[in-house]
Design a protein around this ligand. Structure first.
Ligand SMILES: C[S@@+](CC[C@H](N)C(=O)[O-])C[C@H]1O[C@@H](n2cnc3c(N)ncnc32)[C@H](O)[C@@H]1O
Length: 234
């Protein structure tokens, strides 16, 4: 079950019964088990100072990248292994996925990754202005079945207004989707708000990282759409 509250500091474990959901206990004991998974009140000390969080684990990272909807970590685990000087935050709204990602990061001995249970609609409270160097949103839930569902989409004008503040001046937003109407709407919002389309020739967004959903769609012969943008010049 995805979390309901968009308040990142709300204790999501409160309403879950550990006897029915083994991930509750795993999340509660994450710190003792040295599993880098955080939720609710545990996010508060690190919100808006994520470099300090990673500094106590290894060293001040050269860059900070957020993946929204990190799922089981197919993309972010590979990125974190490929880019040890960059710190990665995987965010998802499903407890099981958040815990599993953190467990996999521990198995791979990745110190530059933390998995957080939070809704991306709480971006403002979690990140300081200009704190992020990259944000990935790969195959968000498309809400495409009915026209009226489009209002549920995460990547709307409000989201980009907040994201523009959270990204550093050279920070990038990398978007992929299989849903053409969603892609076209995002392109239009970004254009209307002076985001700059980018074709990265170096660094992480120039490399190929295939997400789980991307692979599934490709296997079915279905197209997907992607782009990278830099925030508007302030
Ligand atoms: C369709 S899956 C895509 C997973 C992965 N990014 C990929 O491309 O394979 C969408 C993921 O986003 C998560 N998600 C949906 N809404 C979210 C939100 N508002 N904030 C954070 N994660 C969200 C879901 O729980 C799910 O894991």
């Amino acid at each position: 079950m995805p979390i309901r509250s968009t308040d990142p500091f709300h204790d999501h474990l409160q309403r879950l019964r550990p006897e029915f959901n083994r991930f509750v206990e795993k999340m509660r004991s994450a710190d003792n088990e040295d599993i880098a998974a955080l939720q609710g009140p545990e996010l508060q000390p690190w919100a808006k100072q994520w470099r300090t969080y990673f500094e106590q684990k290894q060293q001040i990272p050269e860059a900070l990248v957020l993946e929204i909807g990190s799922h089981l970590g197919e993309v972010i685990l590979k990125m974190a292994a490929d880019h040890p000087q960059t710190a990665f935050i995987g965010m998802d709204i499903t407890l099981k996925r958040v815990v599993k990602l953190a467990e996999k990061a521990k198995q791979s001995e990745l110190k530059n990754l933390v998995s957080i249970l939070a809704n991306a609609r709480g971006l403002d409270q979690l990140f300081a202005d200009r704190e992020l160097d990259g944000v990935l949103l790969f195959f968000p839930d498309p809400w495409a079945k009915k026209k009226r569902q489009e209002k549920n989409r995460l990547a709307n004008a409000d989201f980009f207004e907040s994201l523009a503040r959270k990204l550093s001046s050279q920070g990038y937003f990398w978007f992929k989707t299989d849903c053409l109407p969603y892609f076209e709407d995002v392109v239009q919002i970004l254009k209307d708000n002076a985001w700059r389309p980018s074709t990265p020739v170096e660094g992480l967004p120039s490399q190929i990282y295939t997400s789980r959903f991307e692979r599934l769609f490709r296997e079915q012969g279905l197209p997907s759409y992607e782009g990278v943008w830099l925030p508007p010049l302030s």
